[in-house]
Write a protein that binds this ligand. Structure first.
Ligand code: NAD
Length: 352
């Protein structure tokens, strides 16, 4: 079944979400976290006031747990929600992953509407249908595919985000542009998410969500073209995990920005991706994330070991990854042996 999610770019998320919900039968609850409840929800008065209840889980990744889901299910039962009702998830990727997971399993699945409040949550987590919780220390180990009915994109909700969170989201925007086409990529390189006006940020964010939905509609369960969305994530996830293990939790997008740098260099080495583009990327994008990995052990053997455990691998012992022949031209279904990856990393000194 082709997933359909309405992307609603809005100057006023409260009015846009209220209008969408008024056309839908049934009641709704709001699922959020304790930080967003204080910083953003007061700006979504109609949504908050019209809800059967507001469920606020503690802010942070730790809420993406079985216990977090149980708490939401308990509150949904107490609110006597029926199968015709809706869960409105207002928050970053943690809230949309957890809230949509709980909703997708409650009474075999109720409808969801996402109102992302982080840039990363908007461009990467709120659309596409992947829901999940962490389990036994493994990220997103339990989850479902459940597409939201709508995603309301209003960049004014990002106003209270710290700089690091904006940069984290920007990395995923660059990825979307890199795998799409040259025009989009040039536009993204010229775009500064930290100083952009709200209208332009809403428009570019919505473009990223639309673009993601086009890819997802073509390949909902990631057998082919959806893998292009993983560009930068094979090395990126290994970097993110290494940092976490060393006690330096870095935002997801920072790891992806540096993962993309490695995967562009690998693309250049193995598929002839233009070297001058790698240099431009390093100067314009990767340099924004300089210094974030200080103190993290990134020895080649360690990164390769972490990549060997990547969910995307097929069990052949090789490391699966998406590479680019040029901007907008991704090569799918490729892999390298652990020894090749080790040689590449050992020969590469990335100084940022
Ligand atoms: N489902 C997917 O396809 C997908 C894709 C990418 C990431 N994710 C998931 O998303 C999560 C990361 O998302 P995230 O970076 O948004 O993290 P997050 O949801 O934890 O938000 C980061 C922090 O910012 C706070 N916050 C949110 N909005 C705010 C605002 N407007 N102003 C001030 N503070 C605000 C939150 O309370 C939290 O403390 C991870 O769990 C990741 O696995 C999912």
């Amino acid at each position: 079944m082709t997933p359909s999610t309405r992307i609603i770019p809005a100057a006023d998320a409260d009015a846009a979400a209220a209008s969408f919900l008024s056309e839908k039968e049934g009641r709704y609850v709001v699922i959020t976290d304790t930080t967003v409840e204080k910083t953003v929800l007061p700006r979504l008065k109609r949504i908050a006031e019209g809800a059967a209840c507001v469920i606020a889980v503690p802010a942070g990744e730790a809420s993406k747990s079985v216990e977090g889901a149980v708490e939401i299910w308990r509150r949904l039962v107490e609110a006597r929600l029926t199968r015709h009702d809706t869960a409105v998830c207002v928050g970053g990727g943690v809230v949309t992953d957890l809230g949509c997971f709980a909703a997708s399993t409650f009474k075999r699945g109720i409808a969801t509407v996402n109102v992302p409040t982080t840039l990363l949550g908007a461009v990467d987590a709120a659309a596409g249908g992947k829901t999940g919780i962490d389990f036994l220390g493994l990220k997103n180990e339990i989850g479902t595919f459940h597409h939201p009915l709508a995603v309301v994109v209003d960049a004014s909700l990002f106003a209270t985000l710290p700089r690091g969170q904006m940069l984290s989201g920007y990395a995923e925007m660059v990825k979307t542009a890199l795998i799409s086409d040259r025009g989009a990529y040039e536009g993204m390189l010229d775009f500064d998410s930290l100083v952009a006006d709200r209208g332009r940020l809403t428009a570019l964010t919505s473009w990223c969500v639309e673009r993601k939905m086009q890819v997802v509609a073509a390949d909902p369960e990631e057998h082919g073209v959806r893998k292009t969305l993983n560009f930068g994530h094979t090395v990126g996830h290994a970097i993110e995990t290494a940092a976490l293990l060393d006690g330096h939790e870095i935002p997801h997008g920072h790891a992806v920005a540096l993962g993309m740098l490695h995967e562009l260099r690998l693309s250049s080495r193995l598929l002839g991706f233009p070297q001058e583009e790698v240099e431009r990327y390093t100067e314009r994008v990767a340099s924004l994330y300089a210094g974030c990995l200080e103190g993290v052990d990134l020895t080649p053997a360690r990164l390769v070991e972490l990549m060997a455990h990547d969910k995307k691998n097929t069990g052949s012992g090789r490391i699966a990854l998406t590479m680019l022949r040029s901007v907008g031209d991704a090569a799918l279904g490729l892999s390298v042996s652990p020894a090749e990856m080790h040689d590449y990393l050992a020969a590469t000194a990335i100084a940022l």
